[in-house]
Design a protein around this ligand. Structure first.
Ligand code: ADQ
Length: 740
């Protein structure tokens, strides 16, 4: 409070100083102007009177002089007129002018002595006057003087008026400024600071999550809020870790896995061995807009899964630098510490030429291997030049890996996905002491489907360089083993689930990936919820959510058909239910993906034009990349989440939706062709090719009693909490550490 008064006092003092300086200046100018004006007018008047007075004065016509003098009485601002002889004696004077003062006498005498006009301001009978005397002549001789006296009181009146006006203005300005300052302090400073303090207090006392104050705050506090939010997060994590440790000591060993538990666990079993993750996609993409640097986390299931592992365990992550500012922020070794806000591991970026990207990434990886592994009825395209570039880029990644592990003993190299299938073999050959693992994030097709790949043997051999080959499900493991048994000469041990070829054994393991189930709870505030829907102009009672990359394997066209059939079969839901589809642009350098994005637009338009009315429409399609926080807000406000993948290694969106539902309400509708459908049995499982099944599932979800929703959601949450990303990572690391 004291500070507020000091601030207000300072503002009032500064305004007062400004107003006083300004007023003094204004008053001086005005006084000078008015005085000059009076002198000028008095001189004009005296000169014009002299022509009439002089002849009568010379002729000694005193009566005429008195008559003329009397004529001038009662004129505005005119105080009097007097005519005096050369001894100073009065010859004629207006009645309004009493006997001239000694100062006036002096003025008259000086005017006659100097033979020129002489005037001055003076106080006469408590009034300010201006007296001007000019000499009167007979031929060239001075014979007397003419005295003109004017009232100058109005000059002081005018100056007083200026002071009065400016004081009133000052009081008004000071009050308004004080009021505005008080309001600004309250809205911009006091409330956000109070909310921050409340949040920190809740965090300190471990009560955060029950009643979270809104700390979105004012523009000025954004950087501070960002920092304090990190502090708050770190505190929450630290608290969770301490509790976790205590629980670990006292309770069963299968208690939930957290980042801290993973950290402690890996430290224990790795014994200084470095972890190196290698992937095509990087976890943070840096961009530059004008002079402003920024970064975002790409829409990628692999990144969602692997980033928490790296944050917990540290190490080096090698990936392709794809952002337009990536090169500008790395050091001379192409390293950057990440996450940018709270560095925990090193990102090493690799640079690819346009030709390399076109053939290795768009071509062989995404037009060849991606459709080959996904049963989505899109033909793979295999081109020789793509394959050559794929080999070349795998070599480039290998070089980077080898340079990063040059001085590391027995490093653990964990390779991600189908872009880098050749890496395990080359790395293992160069560094037999390293333990190499590869995680295949997408499905592995049956051996017949895989057999169409012209370079199938090289790919299988590349993968079998790894000590650990992991997939999401047992089915993909089985498919892989069968593919190898058909394509390569090798020894397969179905008991151990291992493949030995050229004296090297690879263990094939299902490791269903999870998500970083939040350690802290967060409740969506109604205002936040309303705000988001208001922005989209949505007033429906029920909300459905879909979150996908714009990829044909995600079954977006099938999803739209299911929604269309739902509104056809259940028209009473029109205006009551809105489906929001967040679609991240993906692989847009590939023609098939650009066409697919257009098809999605057209289908949404077609369905919307059928049902829309009174400003409502069934589907709101938002085609852009969203931050994690934004997506979570959508999850939290949705009554249902619809996942319609035609084939999906796991599908993390289904797990993210469940994790966001702290209130345990909401229904997950999940395609039977996702890896996650094998775990998430309490979801409504559908065949996305069957639009009727999708439509029915939407109705069932919207009409499901809350008690049933809660029952299902509780079990789903237990499932993903029990097997979260930390536990997954612990298994990966434990397995790899045990292999070498
Ligand atoms: P993806 O095919 O990328 O992953 P998924 O597992 O669903 O598929 O993960 C997508 C991720 O991107 C999610 O974290 C989601 O939140 C995010 N995302 C989606 N739309 C977004 C948007 N508009 N803006 C920002 N982010 C968005 C691959 C395999 C999956 C497997 C994962 C992990 O294809 O089957 O589950 O790897 O192994």
């Amino acid at each position: 409070m004291k500070q507020i008064f000091i601030a207000l006092f300072t503002i009032v003092a500064v305004v007062a100083l400004i107003v006083i300086t300004f007023t003094i200046n204004q008053v001086n100018h005005e006084e000078e102007r008015l005085k000059n004006d009076m002198v000028y007018r008095s001189t004009l008047l005296a000169d014009s009177l002299r022509e009439t007075v002089e002849p009568n004065f010379v002729n000694k016509s005193e009566n005429s002089l008195q008559t003329m003098v009397d004529r001038f009485t009662n004129k505005e601002r005119f105080a009097g007129l007097g005519i005096y002889g050369n001894k100073g004696q009065t010859i004629a004077a207006s009645s309004t002018i009493p006997k001239a003062t000694s100062s006036a006498q002096q003025i008259i005498a000086d005017a006659m002595d100097a033979d020129r006009a002489n005037g001055d301001f003076m106080i006469f009978e408590d009034k300010k006057i201006y007296a001007l005397a000019i000499p009167l002549h007979d031929d060239a001789r001075v014979v007397g003087a003419l005295l003109v006296i004017q009232n100058a009181g109005y000059i002081d009146d005018r100056l007083r008026e200026i002071w009065r006006n400016n004081v009133i203005r000052f009081l008004l300005q000071a009050s308004l400024l004080s009021l505005a300052t008080l309001l600004l302090i309250r809205w911009i400073i006091y409330q956000p600071v109070k909310n921050l303090v409340d949040l920190l207090r809740l965090t300190r006392t471990g009560k955060v999550g029950k009643n979270v104050p809104n700390i979105s705050g004012s523009f000025f506090f954004k950087p501070l809020i960002k920092e304090l939010t990190s502090v708050q997060r770190s505190l929450s994590e630290a608290r969770a870790a301490v509790l976790e440790e205590a629980r670990l000591r006292m309770e069963r060993l299968d208690s939930p896995w957290t980042s801290h538990r993973l950290k402690a666990y890996t430290k224990d079993i790795l014994d200084e061995r470095t972890i190196v993750v290698v992937s095509n996609r990087e976890p943070f993409v840096h961009t530059k807009n004008g002079n402003k640097f920024d970064y975002y986390i790409p829409a990628s299931g692999m990144v969602t899964a692997i980033e928490p592992l790296m944050e917990s365990c540290g190490g080096i992550w090698i990936a392709h630098g794809s952002g337009n500012a990536d090169q500008l922020v790395v050091d001379q070794n192409d390293h950057i510490k990440t996450p940018p806000d709270e560095p925990k591991y090193t990102l090493r970026r690799i640079w690819l030429t346009e030709q390399e990207e076109n053939h290795y990434y768009s071509g062989f990886s995404n037009e060849g291997l991606w459709p080959l592994c996904h049963n989505a009825h899109v033909r793979p395209i295999f081109r020789k030049e793509d394959w050559e570039e794929y080999k070349n880029v795998n070599g480039k990644f290998t070089k980077a890996v080898l340079s990063e592990i040059k001085e590391k003993e027995k490093p653990i190299i964990f390779i991600q996905d189908f872009h880098l299938a050749l890496l395990p073999k080359i790395v293992k050959q160069a560094r037999p002491d390293a333990t190499v693992g590869i995680f295949w994030h997408i499905p592995w097709p049956n051996e017949e489907s895989f057999s169409i790949c012209p370079w199938k043997k090289e790919i299988l051999e590349g993968i079998l360089g790894a000590d650990l080959v992991a997939f999401h499900t047992q089915l993909y493991c089985n498919n892989f083993v069968e593919t190898v048994s058909k394509e390569l000469e090798s020894l397969i041990d179905l008991e151990q689930f291992s493949i030995t070829r050229n004296d090297h054994t690879s263990y094939i393991k299902p490791l269903p990936i999870g998500i970083a189930f939040p350690n802290t709870e967060y409740t969506l505030k109604e205002t936040e919820d309303n705000h988001l829907l208001k922005e989209l102009n949505i007033t429906s009672k029920y909300i459905g959510i879909g979150v996908d990359r714009l990829d044909y394997t995600k079954g977006l066209l099938e999803k739209i058909k299911g929604i269309e059939l739902f509104f056809k079969n259940y028209p009473s839901f029109a205006g009551q239910f809105t489906f929001i589809q967040l679609a991240a642009p993906s692989k847009s350098t590939i023609v098939r993906y650009r066409q697919f994005a257009q098809e999605v637009d057209k289908e949404v338009e077609r369905v919307n034009s059928q049902f829309k009315h009174n400003g409502w429409k069934p589907i709101v399609l938002i085609k852009k990349h969203h931050s994690r926080e934004e997506i979570n807000k959508y999850y939290r406000l949705a009554n249902l989440c619809l996942v319609t993948s035609l084939h999906d290694g796991m599908n993390l969106v289904s797990k993210e939706f469940i994790a966001s539902k702290n209130d345990k309400k909401g229904v997950l509708i999940l395609s039977q062709f996702t890896g996650s459908s094998k775990e998430l049995r309490e979801a409504l499982i559908i065949n996305p090719y069957n639009a009727l099944e999708t439509a029915e599932a939407i109705r069932t979800a919207l009409e499901m009693p809350v008690i049933e929703q809660t029952k299902r959601m509780r079990t789903l949450r237990e499932t993903i909490k029990g097997y979260n990303i930390y536990r997954w990572a612990a298994e990966v690391i434990k397995t790899m550490a045990s292999l070498g």
